[in-house]
Write a protein that binds this ligand. Structure first.
Ligand code: HEC
Ligand code: HEC
Length: 240
């Protein structure tokens, strides 16, 4: 018994030291600053991705978020608060852990998602809940239907290579769903992406969005806001 115990201690001690060292060595880097590598995993994101989120617990943990993101995670129509329902869990985990690490800049929200407001395992629970929840309220659209021009810009600028032909994103690569998001939020994010103020962004996307004029951004945002929720698309049989 004694030997087994000391063996365990001998095995655990160096392991703890390695974890502590890895955490000490980690310094988050923001887009536009030296050393920024898109999608560099934070130790916390690695930890959360290994967990199986519990949507029931996630609904409970989301209580503190409802003041802004609303009870069904629909956000608000004007887009001050984004729609989170149906977003890929991998994307939600990337955004929440990067906001906590200071890679995505969101000072308004930070106190609500930081420790101790939200524990590490609650990030996985919230992501599982948000991915499954359905918002019944309609999302905000552009003032005029500019979707034909928006679709052309979205296609010509190869946005679909990451965000999908139907704006459905890519869960495996943590590319966000853009379909049925609020027009106002899409407009704001494109501006934040272009100026670098968002903090986390794929460099290729920044270059593509930088070419857009204000009216191009309006057309693309309008097009995306009018696309149906990708889960509704999945629900339609392929034969139809
Ligand atoms: C004080 C209001 C506020 C509260 C409370 C709040 N958020 Fe947010 N959240 C925002 C705003 C504003 C944004 C958009 C920021 C931006 O424009 O980049 C946002 C963005 C997000 C995003 C990124 C969405 C995307 O499409 O990239 C996630 C995920 C998120 N919030 C999750 C949460 C969770 C989980 C909680 C609770 C633990 C929470 N928020 C609480 C205001 C809030
Ligand atoms: C190389 C892949 C890639 C390409 C190409 C790309 N994006 Fe993105 N986009 C991303 C990723 C990844 C994010 C989330 C930011 C992050 O986590 O780094 C994102 C985020 C966004 C967001 C904010 C979504 C949210 O929920 O906050 C918008 C809007 C957006 N992209 C629009 C576009 C448009 C328009 C184009 C084409 C001009 C484009 N993207 C091309 C990868 C890409």
């Amino acid at each position: 018994m004694k030997t087994i115990l000391s063996m365990c201690v001998a095995l655990l001690l160096p392991l703890q030291a390695t974890v502590a060292q890895a955490e000490d060595a980690y310094t988050p880097k923001v887009y536009g600053k030296k050393g920024y590598v898109w999608d560099e995993m934070t130790p916390e994101r690695v930890e959360v991705l290994k967990m199986t989120g519990d949507p029931v617990k996630g609904k409970e943990a989301f209580r503190g978020c409802r003041g802004c993101h609303k009870a069904d995670a629909a956000g608000v129509r004007e887009g001050v608060y984004p729609r989170l329902s149906g977003q890929h869990a991998s994307v939600l985990i990337k955004q929440i852990t990067e906001i906590r690490a200071g890679i995505r800049l969101n000072p308004k929200m930070l106190p609500f998602v930081e420790d101790p407001a939200i524990a590490v395992d609650e990030i996985a629970d919230i992501a599982a809940y948000l991915n499954s929840v359905e918002s019944l309220r309609e999302n905000g659209k552009g003032p005029d239907d500019m979707s034909a021009r928006g679709k052309k810009l979205y296609t010509d600028n190869k946005c679909f290579t990451c965000h999908g032909k139907n704006g459905e994103g890519d869960a495996a690569k943590a590319f966000p769903v853009l379909a049925a998001q609020h027009y106002g939020y899409l407009m704001r994010e494109m501006k934040l992406i272009e100026t670098g103020a968002r903090g986390n962004s794929h460099p290729d996307m920044v270059k593509a969005i930088a070419k857009f004029s204000q009216s191009d951004r309006e057309a693309v945002s309008d097009y995306l806001s009018r696309l149906p929720d990708y889960r509704t698309l999945n629900a339609v049989p392929a034969t139809k």
